[in-house]
Write a protein that binds this ligand. Structure first.
Ligand code: RVK
Ligand code: MG
Length: 297
């Protein structure tokens, strides 16, 4: 599959997962109907911040944390449903405080919310062939708002998965690589649970109790990875499983949707929903510009 299809599939897959999940945020577990959604599918903070990450990588021809931080607050629209900690950090940065100071003002050890992992996929795209920079950039880009190791590690799992997908790896190889990536015990244990869940018949309730469905990185990134590894060759099935978890549905399905979208390519995403996705042309354009920067640095 060509890189164009994977880059676009990843960014549109993220935004569509976010937009399909947003109406069900905070819901209880159980199957959700996609029949009665509004005509335009609006995305949330997950996509708004992913746009900031992508625009920054394009404009700076690579990673510049100060530029990325500036784009985060310039793009910031409070109606998109940001986490409380991130709202405060972005406001401090806007007032002129450097991000490396602002990121410790709300939570002294940094946030361990999933707000860094939800926007990390474009970093995985940009550095898919550059494992040396992938880790460092993922950590620092996370730190802008989420300085806690659990938040940074969650983001690294997402960028690593994206880069493995772009390299054409099988799902078995991707899981193997993730098991080696994680240096944090809590993530290692959850990924081993993911591995064992893939061998059995597992319900949404099992995933919620063992892996989680909350706004915390440790309680959502492993669930998104499970959804991708279980259902990833079928984008809509992947998203529908994420929605059935309830809780932080938009972010879990944004993360799993980015992975599935990169895996199957844009041609295999559901057209009837993409047509209704807010800013779909802008997102497609950004993904192609990002690829152009990778090919012609
Ligand atoms: C609603 C104690 C901490 C913590 C720490 C808790 C949006 C806080 C997005 C915090 C995302 C929340 C989702 C989320 C998350 C984090 N000590 N508690 N060190 N670190 N928490 O505010 O950008 O959906 O209760 O940084 O990660 O779409 O408010 O937000 O799905 O986790 O919220 O962490 O977004 P934040 P975020
Ligand atoms: Mg959101």
């Amino acid at each position: 599959m060509d890189l164009k299809s994977r880059f676009t599939g990843c960014l549109i897959g993220l935004a569509l997962g976010d937009a399909l999940g947003a109406p069900f945020e905070g819901s209880p577990s159980g199957k959700k109907s996609l029949q009665y959604l509004p005509p335009v599918l609006h995305y949330s903070d997950d996509t708004e911040m992913s746009i900031g990450v992508t625009e920054s990588l394009i404009a700076e021809k690579g990673f510049n944390p100060d530029d990325m931080a500036e784009r985060f607050y310039k793009n910031f629209n409070i109606r998109r449903g940001y986490g409380a900690g991130t709202i405060s950090v972005l406001r401090l940065i806007k007032k002129g405080m450097h991000w490396s100071e602002a990121n410790k003002k709300v939570f002294p050890q940094g946030s361990f919310g999933n707000g860094a992992a939800m926007r990390a996929a474009p970093i995985g795209l940009f550095y898919f062939n550059d494992s040396k920079n992938l880790k460092e950039v993922t950590y620092t880009a996370s730190s802008i708002t989420h300085d806690h190791p659990l938040a940074k590690e969650g983001a690294l799992l997402i960028t690593t998965a994206v880069s493995e997908i772009l390299q054409g790896r099988t799902k078995e190889e991707i899981l193997e690589s993730l098991l080696h990536t994680s240096e944090i015990k809590e993530y290692q244990e959850k990924l081993k649970t993911v591995e064992s869940f893939l061998q059995k018949d597992i319900t949404a309730e099992d995933v919620i109790s063992a892996l989680g469905n909350s706004v915390l990185a440790l309680e959502s990134v492993p669930s998104a990875i499970y959804a991708f590894l279980k259902y990833g060759e079928d984008y809509l099935k992947t998203v529908e499983f994420c929605l059935s978890l309830g809780g932080d549905t938009d972010t879990i399905s944004a993360m799993a949707g980015a992975l599935s979208g990169a895996y199957v390519g844009i041609e295999n995403l559901p057209e009837e929903f993409i047509e209704r996705l807010e800013d779909k042309d802008k997102l497609q354009g950004l993904s192609l510009e990002l690829l152009e920067r990778v090919i012609n640095p």
